[in-house]
Design a protein around this ligand. Structure first.
Ligand code: PSU
Ligand code: MN
Length: 304
């Protein structure tokens, strides 16, 4: 496929069965401000290397589906920020046909990872069913993609701005296993736990890799979701975050913000209200997820 470009280091790793971990780029361009976004993106890659895996940040660059971004491309994504398009599955053909660049969401990143044959992906939080979805119909394409692409997505749960029980219901309907890593309750992104149970709890990367293998050996389509709680020392009190989210939601409503602007707006607003503490938590949980993802990738590569 001409549009798919795999960085030589990543290609070599795939050929030699060296574990690879994919990363998304919407979190860089739309999820965090400059320069923290760039520092985080580079540090995440470093953590994956420390664990003996090869990082591959995915984005659309000049109309190409780029698997593995170099420092120049990370800089472009970090500086581009909101000016860059946020790319979901639906947007890919437009960018490719026009030769444009954009930042890929969990949905678009999973799709491209699956095209490249890379089964492990680390991110912060996935998109899901938004609060009020019964009237807005706002359900992230991330869920549909989890049902389609063969990728294990390591996250800190669904973003706390979402409706968690509805998100779990949709994942169940779509046949997506939700694994709690060393937890029985779904983590709520900024806080270690929510009131809602995960599908199954697993305590080691090896068990997670075995589950992935079992699923795909059966010929089942779609991915698995690995929910990894934010480290204790970085977790924020649930009530405080909930208050900030409520305030952000009502401001969003009064401004009439909708569609794919919703998530970036809410994340930025919550950051403002918490005096930056939510951003610190976000960065810490991404590092934590990258480490676990690298260990899962390693365990999975040893099974093959
Ligand atoms: N989680 C974060 N920061 C982010 C996102 C998730 O901590 O920026 C992004 C991811 O790229 C996710 C997207 O796929 O938000 C979901 O957007 P939407 O709800 O429009 O599908
Ligand atoms: Mn949406």
């Amino acid at each position: 496929m001409k549009a798919l470009v795999i960085r030589p280091e990543v290609k070599k790793a795939l050929q030699e069965n060296i574990p690879v971990v994919v990363l998304e780029s919407t979190i860089i361009a739309h999820g965090m401000p400059y320069p923290q976004n760039k520092e985080t993106a580079l540090r995440v890659e470093e953590i994956i290397r420390e664990e003996g895996a090869v990082p591959a940040t995915i984005a659309v660059i000049g109309g190409r589906l780029q698997v593995g971004c170099g420092p120049e491309e990370i800089e472009l994504l970090a500086r581009g920020g909101e000016k860059l398009p946020k790319v979901s599955r639906r947007d890919i053909p437009y960018l490719v046909s026009k030769g444009l660049s954009g930042a890929t969401t969990v949905a678009a990143t999973s799709l491209i990872a699956a095209l490249a044959g890379i089964p492990v992906f680390a991110t912060g939080g996935i998109g899901g069913v938004h609060r009020g979805a019964e009237t807005t119909f706002d359900v992230s394409a991330d869920l549909e993609e989890l049902a389609t692409s063969k990728v294990a997505v390591v996250c800190a749960g669904a973003k706390a701005i979402l409706d968690l029980p509805k998100t779990l219901e949709v994942l169940e309907t779509k046949g997506v296993e939700v694994i709690g890593y060393r937890t029985d309750l779904l983590p709520a992104f900024y806080s270690r736990e929510s009131d809602y149970p995960v599908n199954h709890r697993l305590d080691t990367p090896e068990e997670i890799a075995a589950l992935m293998k079992a699923k795909w050996n059966l010929g089942l389509e779609g991915g698995v979701l690995v929910a990894n709680p934010i480290p204790e020392e970085h977790s924020l009190p649930k009530e405080k975050i909930e208050k900030a989210i409520q305030a952000a939601l009502s401001e969003m409503e009064s401004l009439g913000i909708s569609g794919n602007k919703t998530t970036p707006f809410l994340l930025a607003k919550v950051k403002e209200i918490t005096g930056g503490r939510s951003l610190e938590a976000n960065i810490a949980l991404v590092y934590n997820n990258a480490r676990l993802a690298a260990r899962i990738a390693k365990a999975y590569s040893e099974l093959k």
